[in-house]
Design a protein around this ligand. Structure first.
Ligand code: ZN
Length: 460
């Protein structure tokens, strides 16, 4: 959001294809207390992993580090990617797949040299068009990504780079940012196959961890999407990744004819760039609630055939050592909740402050927006069932799009800053546990389709 200047130390460095942003905050997929809603059925780590089928890696020649865990995971992934694209490239694009010329697994921590043609791979991974090779920093980038997001992280990075090799083979022509988003889409499609065909050891958290890994390699906030360097912001990248996961390669192929929505925005003012676009925490929560009431004053009549919205009277932040109550129940593990019995919204101020520190101002606002969404459902007589969290988050997506589009110019002074949508995705991953992937799907639906179907058949 745009507002008063606060200092945000975020040293962001991105070069080449898949380097992670450094100094930016990570998006842990577990370890946070509770969901923003009804407690999630699965506790992170409690789900049994399915074991994977061993992949024949004998045909893949990898030069350099083959011993690190990240290198082994990357090697297994590219071995399967060769098989996968060997079938899919003829099927989807009608062209034969020619194998990758070489793989370089560079142990940058031991000072090993990058391949000569495409240059330094430190902190990075790339497909090199000039010599047709894929190279990765095994002990830097891939190992760091594995520590942060699990075994799937180096593998989805390989799937993204392999996507560029595929684009080279069918002759991609289009904007650089769409090229990157299509590679993410390919990576999502591959992941779905890899989980279904037990190529990777997967648990219920795997898709969420993969999405978090994709989010971690987003552009620095404020990148101009027209730039040659642009890869897409977190929302766009995760959107493309999930499109591939849900809709498969045909949907990715369509990226060349019908471009995906690109929401990445350059900063429009120097103050915005200096502040990272963040309001201070207190004003973010206060003005967020105020703006959400304004949003619902406009939107509630539309989704309820003309009923009026009554402002949310009771907002009750609480702290971990003094939990809130809803009716007879104590709210123990929710980050934020809507309580139907007294029509109130509350949030754990300790946790939302931490989310603010990790993500920025829009992270906690989105969690608040999801509770307003549940209030809208409940007030209009809809039951708050198991899917209420997804539906609330769908409304939060619709609210975000409304802010981006300036749909309430007379009554709202809120403007979206570059990075706000990424903060939203990151906050959903932080609170969602293994449900993070579903929450993002619901959020995308609201953001891309508006509020009309958030109470409808299926939102995630
Ligand atoms: Zn790329």
């Amino acid at each position: 959001m745009r507002g008063a200047v606060v200092t945000v130390a975020a040293a962001l460095a991105v070069t080449g294809c898949t380097s992670a942003t450094t100094g930016g905050s990570s998006a842990p997929t577990s370890g946070h207390t509770g969901a923003a809603s009804s407690p999630s059925a699965s506790t992170p780590g409690s789900q049994a992993s399915t074991s994977s089928q061993p992949i024949d890696v004998s045909k893949v020649v990898v030069r350099g580090d083959r011993r690190s865990d990240a290198a082994k995971l990357a090697t297994a992934a590219v071995a399967d990617l060769e098989r996968y694209w060997g079938r899919q490239l003829p099927a989807v694009y009608g062209s034969a797949f020619t194998p990758i010329k070489a793989y370089y697994s560079v142990d940058t921590k031991a000072g090993r040299r990058s391949p000569s043609v495409c240059g330094d791979v430190t902190g990075n991974a790339y497909y090199c068009y000039e010599d047709g090779a894929i190279a990765w920093d095994s002990t830097g980038l891939l190992t760091d990504m594995r520590s942060a997001y699990g075994d799937i992280a180096p593998q989805v990075i390989m799937a993204h780079e392999f996507g560029h090799a595929v684009q080279h083979r069918f002759g991609y022509r289009g904007k650089p940012v769409v090229q990157e988003l299509q590679a993410d889409c390919f990576a999502g499609a591959w992941l779905h196959h890899a989980i279904d065909d037990k190529v990777v050891a997967a648990s219920s958290e795997t898709p969420t961890q993969a999405a978090a890994a994709i989010l971690a390699v987003k552009d620095p906030v404020g990148e101009d999407p027209r730039s040659q360097e642009a890869h897409g912001n977190g929302f766009d990248r995760v959107n493309s990744f999930q499109t591939g996961y849900d809709d498969g390669l045909k949907a990715c192929k369509a990226y060349t004819s019908e471009e995906p929505v690109v929401t990445e925005l350059p900063f429009t003012s120097y103050t915005d760039a200096a502040s990272g676009g963040n309001l201070p925490y207190e004003s973010a929560m206060q003005s967020g609630a105020y703006d959400l009431d304004d949003y619902w004053e406009h939107t509630y009549p539309q989704v309820t055939n003309g009923q009026q919205w009554k402002p949310m009277g009771k907002l009750t932040p609480f702290v971990t050592r003094k939990p809130a109550t809803c009716g007879d129940e104590t709210v123990t593990d929710a980050v934020a909740y809507y309580c139907p019995s007294d029509d109130s919204i509350g949030w754990n101020d300790d946790v939302t402050r931490e989310i603010y520190r990790e993500t920025g101002d829009f992270g906690p606002i989105v969690l608040l927006a999801a509770q307003y969404g549940k209030a809208a459902l409940s007030r209009s007589g809809k039951p708050l069932g198991d899917d209420a969290a997804d539906r609330g988050v769908c409304y939060a997506g619709a609210y975000s799009a409304d802010v981006i589009l300036h749909n309430r110019p007379q009554t709202s002074s809120f403007t979206m800053s570059p990075g706000d949508l990424d903060e939203a995705i990151q906050a959903l991953l932080m609170v969602g546990g293994s449900d993070g992937f579903d929450l993002i799907r619901a959020y995308r639906k609201g953001a891309l389709d508006g509020p009309k179907d958030c109470a409808g058949a299926k939102v995630s």
